[in-house]
Design a protein around this ligand. Structure first.
Ligand SMILES: CC(C)(COP(=O)(O)OP(=O)(O)OC[C@H]1O[C@@H](n2cnc3c(N)ncnc32)[C@H](O)[C@@H]1O)[C@@H](O)C(=O)NCCC(=O)NCCS
Ligand SMILES: Nc1ncnc2c1ncn2[C@@H]1O[C@H](COP(=O)(O)OP(=O)(O)OP(=O)(O)O)[C@@H](O)[C@H]1O
Length: 201
């Protein structure tokens, strides 16, 4: 029986940091953000639907989607975001499920699904355990502004597009507090994975 862990949190709360640590520990991670980038490449079905829905103005000169432009539209307008989600999410789900099935068939002891919108998209039934990476609001805002070079307004618009982290924390099977150093985060992660018997012997 494969243990499926859903890794989630808020934007810039530290999911990628934790998922990189999980990979280092030998766990296979399927990343929803990565899948969401793959399914909108030129030539893909979702790409055509996005161009039809949002117009060619959201393309770069090389034909690829201009993610900054599309982000500015969808993180400032819920209706536009729903429109994009309705195009991208089904393709992301299909891709992630196929990857998960392949890992289960290959006999993986544990599979990690890194899904920022695990709760918002109602996907908790996909996983056996939910691991939430938590940070305080002010640290989340600061790290997001620093990482992406966003203004405070741009960063807040993205944070507001998701459930509050405190709500996610309440529904988690385990929480990593990522306010501190990466080393402190790694220690918490190891303790949880041991408790869940998630690591290969
Ligand atoms: C709007 C897009 C083009 C912006 O691209 P950009 O490269 O700037 O951001 P990236 O994709 O790396 O996402 C960064 C973070 O933003 C948050 N986020 C992304 N999309 C959404 C969304 N629709 N709703 C809420 N939060 C979101 C997530 O926390 C994600 O980790 C892109 O995020 C996108 O296509 N989003 C729709 C698909 C989606 O929901 N992806 C999230 C996981 S499936
Ligand atoms: N414990 C930490 N101490 C200092 N900086 C950190 C720590 N954890 C993460 N960061 C930094 O904070 C930023 C956000 O972390 P990360 O990219 O892992 O978040 P994320 O949840 O994957 O974000 P997204 O939802 O946008 O994909 C990054 O610049 C990262 O280097």
């Amino acid at each position: 029986m494969t243990l499926t862990i859903g890794l989630t949190g808020g934007i810039a709360s530290g999911k990628s940091t934790v998922s990189a640590m999980m990979r280092e520990l030998g766990l296979p991670v399927i990343d929803a953000d990565e899948a969401a980038r793959a399914v909108v490449r030129p030539g893909e079905d979702a790409y055509r639907q996005i161009v039809a829905a949002f117009g060619p103005g959201i393309l770069q000169t090389n034909g690829e989607i201009d993610r900054a432009k599309l982000g500015a539209i969808v993180f400032n307008d819920e209706e536009e975001r729903k429109k994009l989600n309705a195009i991208v999410h089904p393709a992301v789900r299909q891709k992630m499920l196929a990857e998960k099935e392949a890992l289960v068939r290959s006999g993986a002891k544990t599979v990690v699904l890194d899904i920022p919108l695990l709760f918002e998209s109602g996907l908790t039934s996909w996983v056996d355990k939910v691991l939430v990476v938590y940070v305080d609001d002010d640290i989340q805002l600061r790290r997001l502004m620093e990482r992406n070079g966003f203004t405070e307004e741009e960063a807040r618009a993205r944070i507001c597009a998701q459930w509050p982290l405190a709500e996610k924390m309440k529904r988690a099977d385990a929480v990593i507090n990522n306010n501190g150093t990466r080393e402190e985060t790694r220690r918490q992660l190891l303790a949880i994975l041991k408790q869940w018997d998630a690591l290969e012997k």
